[in-house]
Design a protein around this ligand. Structure first.
Ligand code: 21W
Length: 432
């Protein structure tokens, strides 16, 4: 592979290109890197590469002519060269892109500085624009080095054992298991027994489990593209059972239109839709909080129909969902039931769209799930009363509308959206 770097700081690359496996790859001729100083493509005495932005404003911009000359020169030697511009506006680099770029014979990397390059160069003479992440650095040089390291190590022969590139993080789509070396006991911190056992099958199993666990907890989104075997899926299901999530639907105390405290009526379709949602996403219960006895009885009768009467034979799938519904006369009795089942009090995750609360994101909510049972507290009517809200430990980021502030979802819709935002990422079951 050949990589040409266009930069105003060629000396930036001196030591990185000498060191380690990158240095060796260059030494072995597996790779050739040319440094082009952009100033060498200027015509003026002072070798000026930048100019002020049209329209005014901060900073300077790379002039088009030197860049055009540099790119044209390289292209005249090899028309197939693939031109990459490293910039914060680019697509964020990942292992998949690295794999694709490693197939190219010839890459040209343009390192920007200042506020960037003239748009006409970017739009017309660049094949691909790449960023190394959503944070700001001084210029494209460090980004080029990141890209070079990730691409070059995929070239056959650059990394010693073929295995160590294939088995490691990201190539199967999973994060790596933790490693240990001597001593067996470091300040009382011990190496897991299984790694000392010499039982290679057991060790493999342990490491695979740890890989799955750490990926599931830290970067669940990687699982979507990971190569998973049937045992892996089983293992993931076991690990996911550590997440114990309940939906609490509060009918009292809630607010009416005038902001008064009321009890609301149970709606048949809430029981059906929330329970089917819960069953689909592997939630542990839908707890309806309703102090009005006649309302509870009405709901009990409905549940009874689907669990034990005609409904049970007619639609056993519905039975499986409705089973998750339980009725409680108060928030406290619902909390106690979770405590009884799980052996720990649930974290109460409130939902409220008033500006006085501080919200956590669904991503943050996901972290809580590994620690303790969590109950999503949903209100009916015009929403939850302060006396319930004040008992919540956290508040989930509300669902906002898109184009204006109209925001009137049914509690069933809201529950579905929130549950998918939290758990959708763990959907490792695909049909077929
Ligand atoms: C950083 C250039 C910020 C321009 C709006 C208008 C290459 C990079 C870079 C740099 C700005 C990459 C502003 C991740 C990076 C790079 C230098 C914009 C402020 N805002 N990947 N003006 N992050 N960065 N300046 O910074 O060249 S790849």
């Amino acid at each position: 592979m050949q990589i040409d770097i266009i930069t105003i700081f060629p000396e930036y690359f001196e030591s990185p290109l000498k060191i380690g496996l990158l240095g060796k790859a260059l030494g072995k001729g597996l790779l050739k890197i040319n440094l082009y100083n952009l100033r060498d493509f200027t015509k003026d005495k002072h070798k000026v590469v930048d100019d002020e932005p049209f329209g005014g404003g901060e900073g300077m911009v790379f002039k088009p002519e030197p860049l055009y000359k540099a790119i044209s020169y390289i292209k005249s030697l090899d028309p197939s060269a693939w031109v990459v511009y490293l910039s914060p506006q680019g697509e964020v680099l990942n292992q998949k892109m690295a794999g694709r770029l490693s197939q190219k014979e010839h890459l040209v990397l343009i390192c920007g500085r200042y506020e960037g390059i003239d748009e006409r160069i970017r739009a017309n003479f660049v094949d691909e624009e790449i960023s190394i992440g959503d944070y700001v650095v001084f210029g494209g040089e460090v980004a080029s080095l990141v890209l070079i390291e990730t691409v070059v190590r995929l070239i056959p022969g650059v990394v010693g054992k073929k295995d160590s590139v294939e088995k490691e993080s990201f190539s199967t789509g999973l994060l790596k298991y933790p490693c240990y070396t001597r001593p067996r006991d470091f300040m009382g911190y011990k190496v897991p027994e299984v790694l000392l056992s010499g039982n290679h099958a057991e060790i493999e199993k342990y490491r695979r489990k740890k890989s799955l666990e750490i990926t599931l907890r830290r970067k669940p989104y990687l699982l979507k593209n990971a190569e998973l075997r049937e045992e892996d899926r089983k293992m993931l299901v076991e690990l996911l059972k550590a997440q114990r999530f309940y939906i609490f639907l509060v009918h009292y105390p809630v607010l009416n239109k005038k902001g008064e405290r009321i009890a609301s009526a149970i709606a048949n379709f809430d029981l059906h839709d929330l329970s089917r949602l819960a069953r689909t996403y592997g939630l542990k219960g839908v707890y309806i909080i309703q102090p009005l006895e006649d309302q509870r009885e009405l709901a009990e009768e409905l549940i009874e129909y689907w669990l034990n009467k005609k409904g049970a034979q007619y639609n056993p799938l519905r039975k499986e969902a409705i089973k998750l519904v339980k009725l409680f006369e108060s928030l406290d009795s619902a909390i106690s039931e979770v405590k009884r089942i799980e052996g720990a009090l649930p974290i109460l995750l409130g939902t409220d769209a008033s500006p006085k609360r501080e919200y956590i994101s669904c991503e943050e909510a996901r972290k809580l799930l590994w620690e303790k049972p969590v109950a999503l507290v949903l209100g009916t009517a015009w929403g939850l009363c302060d006396e319930v809200l004040d008992r919540c430990d956290y508040f989930l980021e509300p669902i906002w509308g898109r184009l204006d502030n109209y925001n009137h979802l049914s509690v069933r819709s809201a529950a579905s959206i929130l549950v998918d935002r939290i758990f959708g990422i763990y959907s490792i079951y695909k049909k077929g």
